[in-house]
Design a protein around this ligand. Structure first.
Ligand code: ATP
Length: 465
């Protein structure tokens, strides 16, 4: 089962320490979110899972970590200065601003609206009688293009200040390093360069929790090849992208591919397909797979004057490589994982909320819980915890009743709990056997008695890690 309403997730996230509203004690800053102690573990695990999948377990992809601040010429070359804009519409009645295409999309669906021309946005809003989400009137001004890049200044004195941009995507940090990577790794085509990092877009209408924010993280691969090979490689990356979400534990029933229509394609792309997830408000993009041709490297050659050509040593042919880009939103992936893992079941007549994360990404793998706070028990439980934490991300919890502690571990998605009782220390033979603990499984709720020395092997086997 997955969450049916976003509110369920937002409130669980706050209560259990996944995600908090940004700058909350100052009344917040709209649409900013901070990952809490459990959320940061989950996000780090998603990033590691992605990196292992795309970089560590493949011979043909290497990584970089480029700067957020780049030479402003990069954004002229990439087309962001002239093209990176969304249609902004003002409500004439209340003066609030919205993204016109998204208002239309909410009513008519993404397929109907994708690629709509700027001049058609306002007439369509009026024809469909779409009201202002804020004041309810239908009085729209002419749509305008609004560039989404954040500007800032670099330099210590006013006359040396230079206007620069916060990067709106991680991809360009890869393209500008193409030659450096090629020369330092001696990779031969086809090969990819991967990067995880922050991107900034001054979105007109952010919202839906972490789905659309102005600061977010991307996980991208730029996969370079000879032009003749792109049609063979594209389906391979398509399959790998789908497999990534499957392995991450997302229910395939909630995923679909959507191909961009010709009039919807970005200026650099000849073919783009998105993986979409069925969010509580409808289908939304999770990842894009774009064939970007040789557009980016050619543009950077033109603007920088540096050759970014590749020499095929077998044929002695020199050419500019083409590129296919699988581009994932990290925060959107984490949101998807949260929504998809959410489950409610009935345990002895009581409702239980449980996050069924795949073991690899569960924030805490195992919790060690002494049955009570008696010192003899907590001492033994600590000893066990100290052994387990060397290998697994573990948590020790001795507060509140055991029932409440199980409930908390279910809600943060901990796959296994180890309970230490008086039997464990040989003081109550109605409980565990001496030297044994109880191992509780989050999903099946099965409890089994396990000898302490066999715990690490059994936990490893159960988590399959
Ligand atoms: P959208 O149509 O939702 O605005 P996009 O097509 O502009 O997305 P891309 O430029 O392809 O997005 O970026 C790649 C990925 O980065 C997206 O698939 C998405 O997961 C993520 N992403 C893009 N914009 C945002 C944002 N404002 N907040 C969070 N994630 C984002």
């Amino acid at each position: 089962m997955s969450a049916t309403s976003l509110d369920q997730i937002v409130s669980l996230c706050k209560q259990r320490g996944f995600v908090f509203p940004g700058s909350e004690i100052y009344g917040g800053l709209a649409n900013t979110w901070d990952y809490g102690p459990i959320g940061v573990e989950l996000k780090n695990n998603v990033k590691k899972f992605w990196w292992d999948f795309w970089v560590r377990n493949r011979d043909d992809i290497v990584g970089v970590d480029a700067s957020i601040l780049m030479n402003p010429k990069v954004w002229e070359a990439s087309g962001h200065v002239s093209n990176f804009a969304d249609p902004l519409v003002d409500c004439k009645a209340c003066k609030k601003r919205f993204r016109g295409d998204k208002l239309l999309e909410e009513k008519l669906g993404v397929e109907e609206i994708a690629g709509i021309a700027l001049v058609d946005v306002t007439p369509k809003l009026l024809k469909e009688k779409i009201p202002c989400p804020d004041c309810g009137k239908c009085e729209w001004a002419e749509a305008k293009q609004f560039n989404l890049m954040f500007k800032t200044q670099q330099g210590v004195t006013e006359d040396s200040e230079r206007e620069i941009y916060m990067r709106p995507e991680t991809a360009q940090g890869i393209f500008v390093n193409f030659k450096n990577v090629l020369n330092s790794t001696r990779k031969r085509l086809p090969f990819g360069i991967a990067q995880i990092g922050k991107a900034f877009r001054n979105e007109i209408t952010p919202g839906n929790f972490t789905f659309r924010t102005r600061e977010f993280e991307q996980m991208e691969v730029e996969y370079f090849c000879a032009e003749k090979d792109w049609q063979k490689i594209y389906p391979e990356l398509e399959k790998a992208s789908w497999d990534f979400f499957k392995k991450l534990g997302i229910d395939e029933k909630n995923l679909r591919w959507r191909q961009h229509r010709e009039d919807e394609l970005s200026h650099y792309s000849k073919l783009t397909k998105d993986i979409e997830y069925k969010f509580p408000w409808g289908w939304g993009e999770l990842q894009g797979l774009a064939y970007r041709t040789d557009f980016d490297l050619k543009q950077h050659q033109k603007f920088s004057g540096e050759s970014l050509e590749y020499l095929d040593t077998e044929t002695n042919e020199k050419f500019t490589p083409h590129c296919i880009e699988p581009s994932f939103g990290c925060d959107r992936t984490v949101l998807t994982v949260l929504l998809d893992a959410f489950c409610e079941d009935d345990v002895n007549g009581e409702k239980r909320t449980v996050m069924k994360f795949a073991p690899e990404i569960a924030p805490i793998k195992v919790a060690v819980l002494p049955l009570s706070r008696k010192e003899k028990l907590t001492k033994k439980a600590r000893e066990i915890f100290d052994i387990l934490r060397m290998e697994f991300r573990a948590e020790f919890d001795e507060t509140q009743s055991i029932g409440k502690r199980y409930r908390r571990q279910d809600e943060i998605g901990t796959p296994l709990c180890v309970t230490v009782d008086f039997g464990t220390i040989g003081e109550d033979n109605s409980q565990s056997e001496k030297g044994y603990v109880t191992l509780r499984d989050r999903d099946s709720l099965k409890q089994e008695e396990v000898e302490i020395k066999k715990l690490p092997d059994l936990i490893r086997a159960k988590l399959k890690i």
